[in-house]
Design a protein. Structure first.
Length: 673
């Protein structure tokens, strides 16, 4: 290599780059003269072109040091030794880091261990390197069992003076008059200034009460008209009511309204009279001239459907439109379920103006209902074989040891001049949508026609009490019976779908504050009436029916006689037996005592058993009274629950008026009708 080359070879075979100026060897370097300090030479710049000439991946030797020491590092050997020692010390003192497994991997390992039975009881917790984020305190309330869940509690402002006034119904504006089937004039009103159940929420009236301080003074109430009637809030728009809310009509397409009564168990009866619908007397057949002039005689003033509907049923559609409602059609008296009409009445029989259709519903007890939705129903064990005792007489069933937990997540809101409780409503489920409109790839069931078959997967399982999907489980012994003008037309529907959670669920995706698995006490089957383009109907929830069910009059007379006798007994202390001596009275007392409650006469001779009569269904007006009592009891339970959460004391809410300025007013609800 020439002497003027910028790259010189090292003794160990390496190569370094130096400047072109001659550099003396380390052996001939003279010590610096203090009197004449010379500037230290700068390290030569590294050329980008010479980088590839350096050998790659060669270990740097610690024995090498530059010929000219740097002013920033005058003793490179000592610095290098210290840095290596520090690195070695840090490596030895630090423990080896354990790689944490992801949550998804831990769950898969836990599932595999559970399926194989390995790992023991505490294997899942011991294998976790980090805590499960699902067990955080923010989500711990969602893991509480429904039986131990408390209602949601909101920070509310202090009530106004007007909040203590009784609730008011909607404003009624006269719309039109309709001639009834008997010739009477019925005035229909348009309802205004009230809220509708829509957008996954339903509303009930509330009032401020000073006896409920822990509940922020608000409880449920009922406005006028009092008693059972068709609901103003739980109805579609463009419906018209009379003042009693028992007459209903519309000038639009199909509109439906549910009553303010929920049937949850037992046997109940109500009636519906068709005020305007198919004409009572069919018109004569139209002539060819009338058909050519398009003046055919009118056959109907509208149409009416009656039946039962759940909370999830669509109110802008007729009864029987989906899987959540059952309806009876006026045309040919057909029964309709999931928009599929089937013949029910004899041929040629329609529901015409003036006809009264009676509907009787029978549901098993809530105790049996909860077994069905929990997947614990067994026909052999639960005793629902041939006679269907639970559905026929739920009162005879032993009461459960513990009452169900009713949880109502309610938020008071204002709508114009009214105060309502806003509650998350229950929503439709995809499984029942697939049941109504089955597809070949559907896995929920076989559709409306019962069990069907899928491509390559065998037969699908239809709705039954032990279906693997809760919303497709049916209530054993449930039915809907139909009467026409007092004549029993038969049972139209059997094995109604279950409605208690988890068969009914809220739309958690659209309702962030909704919680699954909770029963708010208002789930059930509601009497429903649908009207179409001028059709009108009148409902009768009892106790005085136009056509009472069989045995209803005798049962009511027996109840009235028993009540009158009990009133007489309660009003008297000792009844003097005038004209009867002591021996005769003692003999009569002994004879009465010998007759036991089981029907025997105290001797070996068996008494003649009386023929057992079928108990008639109860009127819906009695269910309304029960529902009011339930609402009062639930309000008291919620008040006690909140009182216990406050440390068993009443907190003065007025002290926080200046503390929390952000709590100013209720949420204001705006709806476009």
């Amino acid at each position: 290599m020439s002497g003027d080359s910028p790259v010189d070879s090292l003794p160990n075979g390496g190569a370094l780059q130096f400047s072109t100026a001659p550099v003396p060897s380390p052996a001939t370097v003279a010590p610096p003269v203090p009197q004449q300090p010379q500037p230290q030479p700068q390290p030569p710049p590294v050329s980008q072109a010479s980088a590839p000439s350096l050998p790659q991946k060669r270990a740097l030797e610690d024995t090498h040091s530059p010929a000219v020491s740097s002013p920033l590092n005058p003793d490179p050997s000592v610095k290098r030794t210290q840095s290596v020692a520090e690195e070695n010390t840090g490596t030895v003192g630090r423990e080896k880091r354990t790689k944490k497994e992801s949550l998804k991997k831990r769950e898969s390992k836990a599932a595999a261990a559970a399926s194989t039975g390995q790992g023991g009881g505490g294997g899942l917790e011991s294998s976790r390197a980090t805590p499960d984020p699902r067990q955080s305190s923010k989500k711990s309330s969602k893991n509480v069992p429904p039986a131990e869940t408390s209602p949601a509690r909101y920070m509310l402002p202090l009530p106004k003076a007007s909040d203590f006034e009784p609730a008011r119904g909607p404003q009624l504006a006269s719309h039109h008059h309709v001639a009834g089937s008997d010739g009477e004039q019925i005035e229909f009103f348009e309802t205004q200034e009230h809220v509708y159940n829509k957008k996954q929420y339903y509303y009930t009236h509330c009032i401020a009460d000073p006896k409920f301080p822990s509940s922020f003074y608000y409880r449920q109430t009922e406005p006028e008209p009092f008693g059972p009637h068709m609901s103003f809030e739980d109805a579609a728009t463009h419906l018209f009511f009379d003042r009693s809310a028992r007459h209903i009509t519309t000038d639009k397409g199909w509109r439906m309204s549910r009553a303010n009564i929920a049937i949850r168990q037992g046997r109940w009866y109500w009636e519906c009279k068709i005020t305007r619908g198919i004409l009572k007397e069919p018109p004569p057949p139209a002539s060819e001239q009338q058909l050519d002039q398009q003046h055919a005689p009118i056959e109907s003033h509208g149409h009416v459907r009656v039946g039962f509907a759940r909370r999830e049923a669509a109110i802008d559609a007729p009864a029987g439109f989906d899987a959540y409602s059952y309806g009876i059609r006026d045309r040919q008296g057909q029964k309709v379920y999931m928009s599929r009409p089937k013949d029910f009445f004899p041929p040629g029989q329609d529901l015409r103006e003036g006809d009264v259709i009676g509907l009787e519903i029978g549901l098993p007890s809530e105790q049996l209902h909860r077994k069905v939705v929990a997947g614990h129903f067994n026909p052999a064990v639960d005793g629902l074989g041939d006679d269907q005792k639970e559905a026929a007489d739920p009162v005879a069933v032993a009461a459960p040891s513990e009452a169900p937990n009713i949880v109502r997540d309610r938020l008071p809101i204002r709508f114009k001049a009214h105060i309502y409780f806003e509650t998350p409503d229950y929503h439709t489920t995809p499984e029942l949508d697939d049941l109504m409109n089955p597809s070949p790839m559907s896995a929920s069931g076989a559709g409306a026609g019962g069990s069907g078959s899928g491509s390559g997967s065998g037969s699908f399982e239809g709705p039954n009490p032990n279906h693997p999907i809760p919303c497709l489980r049916t209530l054993p012994g449930s039915y809907i019976k139909v009467y026409k003008n007092g004549v029993d037309m038969g049972v139209a529907f059997t094995n109604l779908l279950a409605f208690l959670p988890t068969a009914s669920k809220p739309a958690t995706a659209k309702q962030p504050d909704a919680r699954e698995g909770l029963d708010d006490g208002m789930l059930g089957y509601y009497p429903a009436v649908s009207v179409f383009r001028g059709g009108a109907a009148e409902v009768n929830f009892g106790p005085n029916f136009w056509y009472p069910p069989p045995g209803y009059g005798r049962e009511r007379k027996a109840d009235e006689d028993a009540k009158a006798y009990q009133d007489v007994v309660d009003g008297q202390e000792d009844v003097a037996m005038g004209g009867i001596d002591a021996d005769t009275a003692a003999a009569a007392t002994t004879s009465d005592r010998d007759h036991n409650n089981d029907g025997s006469n105290g001797t070996n001779t068996p008494a003649v058993a009386k023929p057992q009569e079928v108990t008639p269904p109860r009127p819906m007006v009695e269910r309304y009274d029960e529902q009011i009592v339930e609402d009062v009891v639930y309000d008291i339970i919620d008040e006690v629950d909140f009182w216990m959460q406050d440390g068993a004391k009443v907190i003065d809410r007025s002290l926080r008026r200046g503390a929390n300025e952000e709590v100013k007013e209720f949420k204001e609800v705006v709806q476009d009708v």
